[in-house]
Design a protein around this ligand. Structure first.
Ligand code: 8IG
Length: 282
């Protein structure tokens, strides 16, 4: 068996991914001086600015130094993992683990890498995880920049983060309690069903219509596998999507990655403030 310390230990089927997550949690505790984190946030496309608003950064750790986390694919684009001290309105202090980026399934590094951040969060003691993403919307009234709470999902990736006979109940993946809590910050927040496609290409208009027929309101390339892994670890999950574009065929204009990035950038300050307010209540 590959030692769990090896950089690609997760790629060896004989490695227990939960042991690597445990080591990652120990690394985070040693590097931050914070023994236990209470919640975790995964910042997806458009959500990056939230890290600065959440609270006081206690430690910032280059993610690739944490066991099991991937090296950045583009030089100079390394992501960081932060330990942030959050003061709740009632004066209680919470420690949040903020994962500045994620590994996507389309990167081809395997499902274990995709869910390693969530498993690490659970190993640090977290009881809840907030999964954010940028995605396409199926409803013309959801303009670019609209945040939407995830109510349920369609995992269209044809895979699972769970291995072997691991049967996990998914009847309440996205916590109704946490959705209600988010609505105490913004009562107008819509909710919807998020469909995860494998990507990296966007959908065809026919695939978007198919997703709509199946019950999807949002289409993206992340989140559902992480949410499944989180439920398996016993975490409560809050999912929030930022609609950065209308899904293919819903609007007359074709999708451009630059427009997606720009919509995220424009909505950044507002949704970051929203996320910070929600995180103070979780
Ligand atoms: I940002 O329209 C973003 N991510 N699958 N479809 C899919 N992923 C996305 C989209 C989209 N927009």
């Amino acid at each position: 068996m590959t030692t769990t310390h090896a950089p690609d230990a997760l790629d060896d089927p004989a490695t227990d991914p939960f042991l690597v997550a445990q080591e990652a949690a120990e690394h985070i505790a040693a590097a931050s001086g914070v023994d236990r984190h209470d919640l975790a946030l995964v910042l997806g496309s458009g959500w990056g600015a939230a890290a600065d608003l959440l609270g006081e950064t206690v430690a910032e750790i280059p993610s690739h130094e944490i066991p099991g986390f991937s090296r950045p694919t583009v030089a100079g684009h390394g992501s960081t993992t932060r330990s942030i001290r959050i003061e709740r309105p009632d004066g209680q202090v919470r420690h949040a683990l903020v994962l500045g980026s994620r590994t996507h399934l389309y990167e081809g590094r395997g499902v274990r890498r995709v869910v390693h951040g969530v498993r690490t969060a659970a190993a640090t003691g977290a009881e809840a995880v907030v999964l954010t993403n940028g995605c396409g919307g199926l409803h013309p009234s959801w303009k670019a920049g609209t945040p939407v709470l995830i109510r349920d999902h369609l995992n269209l990736t044809a895979t699972s983060p769970l291995e072997g006979a691991t049967f996990v109940d998914l009847s309440d993946v996205y916590s109704a309690r946490l959705r209600d809590l988010a609505r105490t910050v913004d009562a107008t927040l819509a909710d919807g069903v998020y469909a995860q496609f494998p990507g990296p290409h966007y959908e065809t208009p026919a695939e978007v219509r198919m997703a709509g027929v199946l019950g999807a309101d949002l289409v993206g390339m992340s989140t559902t596998l992480e949410a499944i892994a989180a439920r398996h670890c016993g975490l409560d999950v809050l999912g929030i999507s930022l609609v950065t574009n209308l899904a293919a065929g819903i609007s007359a204009t074709p999708l451009s990655h630059d427009e997606v990035i720009e919509a995220g950038r424009a909505a950044g300050p507002r949704i970051s403030a929203l996320l910070a307010s929600i995180a103070r209540l979780v």
